[in-house]
Design a protein. Sequence first.
Length: 273
Amino acid sequence: MAMSLPSPYVQAYRKRYLPSLTLEQIAALPDKAWAPVIVVLGAIEQHGPQLPVAVDSFLGEAWVTLALERLPAGVSCYIAPPITIGKSNEHSGYPGTLAISKKTLRRLMLAIAEQVHAWGFRSLYVLHTHGGNFAPAGYTLREIEAKWGLHTQTLSVEKSTMVVSPQEKAFGYHANEAETALLLALKPQYVRADLSVCDYAGKITDPGELRAERAPATFSWVSQDLSKSGVMGDATAGTAEKGHAWLLGDGQGVADAIAKAYHERKRLHDAAG
């Protein structure tokens, strides 16, 4: 069964979505000095033969939508327009990948930060849904903080509800069990489950500590180095039931991270007088 986002969730999102507000409403917001503004950084890129190319952007919207309904009373935040296309050049060579450069991603983030600061906000947080954005976003956040004095940070979200096999945990990098399950729960109409494959770049029994990800020693890679199918993991293990539980867990994790950010910034603001 597909996971729907009923109207209360959508209403919670729209109430916090900055483009939904008028200029008078934005000017009158009482908590701009401490309430975090959140930018979701997504991607449009190949996700194997079974998944749509907008996986990352779909998930970012879903996580934030679910999170806002779960925020504790008294916690506020605001959602900036997402950056839907990310730095995905590692997935070049496959149909469906639409990428921007690290320089373009940096400029987009700087433009958003400059305007958010001009509106009176003082905290900017990033929620990642695509690993390729981490590095350029990291140094851009530092530049934003130095240039405008905005507090910047990446929202750190716990994934305690997601349990997979040791092999999948070690080598399930992309279009894997988790992403297939999440999309089967969220947007099954776009999933070709019959085309799912299991495609690993290695085994946990392989000697040495050098791997593409999640290892003491890692190396640079592009998708075609690791997988001809575009899948890095066991997509056949993904189910809608798992995805539903993981989506709800992710939504709660994002809500917890937002609440933590809000309370930290509010405490510092109050302490400064």
